[in-house]
Design a protein around this ligand. Structure first.
Ligand SMILES: NC(=O)c1ccc[n+]([C@@H]2O[C@H](COP(=O)([O-])OP(=O)(O)OC[C@H]3O[C@@H](n4cnc5c(N)ncnc54)[C@H](OP(=O)(O)O)[C@@H]3O)[C@@H](O)[C@H]2O)c1
Length: 245
């Protein structure tokens, strides 16, 4: 593997992000061409792989991203069918238009208010992959919980949402990826095959030079948007463009 792939691909696709996406979809699978898969944080490291994997399974894939520009980027580079701005006040009305038959699988790396809206659009007996809480992480105001929350709550599954999941008989996958590390060789084989066939594209930002480390770190945590500094000349920027707001 080390001979086949550059270090950025090894770290992303064969690291935490790729493994989380691979096992998340596998556990929610089999993903069928008749499925509509809604992917939150589709511009994120895990979400961009989840969306591509769902697409290779033939599903209809709808992404959620922060703003028009990022949505257009996701449609163009991830080959997804549609992308919606999760910040739109009318999101709850837009999802059923993009997914007229309802949502079969929701991949949720965001948590926050989005989870309730997406679960509302899910069919009975649908599958939910709750794996992260980027909404809380990227919130303008950090509100750390007084005690360590159970994982499901930490990933945004409140009591009200748990009741909705029960009512709709929605199967939920919620774990930390190391639960599957004993199976990682089979995941590496499959991801490697998809990469070689071109069905899966690595999407990374590479910033070269130790002196560029401060830029790279800030870029990592602000999605490249809030920090308006010019990227260093030798960086290869492949993430979505910033929203204008
Ligand atoms: N369970 C596990 O084992 C596991 C493994 C890996 C990661 N995770 C967790 O999964 C989450 C995502 O990780 P990542 O590496 O993919 O993150 P990332 O690359 O930093 O991407 C963050 C994503 O969050 C989106 N986002 C930011 N604020 C949001 C909001 N208020 N509502 C909805 N989406 C929002 C961003 O969308 P825009 O930029 O388009 O606004 C972006 O796509 C993190 O919480 C991480 O800790 C869990």
């Amino acid at each position: 593997m080390v001979g086949m792939w550059p270090s950025d691909v090894l770290m992303e696709m064969f690291g935490t992000s790729g493994m989380t996406a691979y096992f998340g979809l596998r556990q929610c699978g089999p993903i069928m061409p008749s499925d509509t898969v809604l992917v939150a944080s589709v511009t994120g490291s895990v979400g961009s792989i989840l969306a591509q994997l769902a697409r290779t399974a033939g599903a209809r894939v709808i992404g959620l991203a922060g703003g028009e520009a990022r949505c257009r980027w996701a449609e163009a580079h991830l080959g997804i069918d549609a992308c919606l701005d999760y910040r739109s006040p009318d999101l709850a009305d837009h999802i059923p238009i993009a997914a007229p038959d309802g949502v079969d699988v929701y991949c949720d790396g965001a948590g926050g208010p989005l989870t309730g809206i997406a679960v509302g659009a899910m069919k009975a007996h649908a599958r939910l992959f709750a794996y992260g809480s980027s909404a809380a992480f990227f919130a303008a105001k950090l509100d750390p919980p007084k005690q360590r929350l159970p994982l499901r709550q930490h990933f945004g599954l409140s009591e009200a949402i748990e009741q909705q999941l029960q009512r709709k008989h929605i199967k939920t996958e919620c774990w930390i990826v190391d639960a599957f590390y004993h199976e990682r060789l089979s995941a590496e084989d499959e991801l490697s095959r998809l990469l070689l066939s071109g069905a899966l594209k690595p999407i990374n930002t590479v910033v070269e030079g130790f002196d560029k480390l401060p830029y790279a770190l800030v870029h990592l945590y602000d999605g490249g948007c809030r920090f308006r500094g010019k990227p260093p000349p030798n960086s290869v920027l492949m993430p979505p463009p910033c929203s204008e707001d």
